[in-house]
Design a protein around this ligand. Structure first.
Ligand code: 5GP
Ligand code: ZN
Length: 112
């Protein structure tokens, strides 16, 4: 738990979020500023700063987070989706608590 971290505050229910999946290690909620009709974040409850801070002890957690993406995307009605993990300020990360973006729906996403 990092006291000034917004995702830690969501994990402890100190600030609200539209959570729709939760277990002992992971929570999933809708992004507050969606960039697609469906846009959610898969987030560990443990405060991990970014993918760059992960090591082998996070391997199972990372696998679990990735495997949740297709399951929850399908439950949210998506036939396809994009995943994104922004890492570090230069990678576009704004919230320094690891999270996987999953988004899709509507028009076909632009090619990257
Ligand atoms: P990043 O740029 O760090 O990869 O993504 C952070 C994401 O968190 C952004 O898409 C932003 O909209 C979302 N976000 C930031 N603060 C909150 C919040 O308080 N609640 C929710 N649900 N999403 C948030
Ligand atoms: Zn945190």
């Amino acid at each position: 738990m990092s006291t000034d971290c917004i995702f830690c505050k969501i994990a402890s229910n100190d600030i609200p979020a539209k959570k729709f999946y939760e277990d002992e290690e992971v929570m999933v909620f809708h992004d507050i500023r969606p960039i697609a009709p469906v846009h959610f974040l898969i987030v560990p409850k443990e405060h991990v700063v970014s993918l760059a801070e992960c090591d082998t002890k996070h391997q199972a957690l990372l696998g679990k987070m990735l495997l949740l993406a297709p399951k929850l995307a399908s439950e949210q009605g998506l036939k396809g989706f994009r995943t994104m993990i922004n890492t570090g300020a230069e990678g576009g990360q704004e919230v320094f608590h690891l999270h996987v973006h999953v988004f899709g729906g509507g028009d076909t996403l632009p090619k990257v």
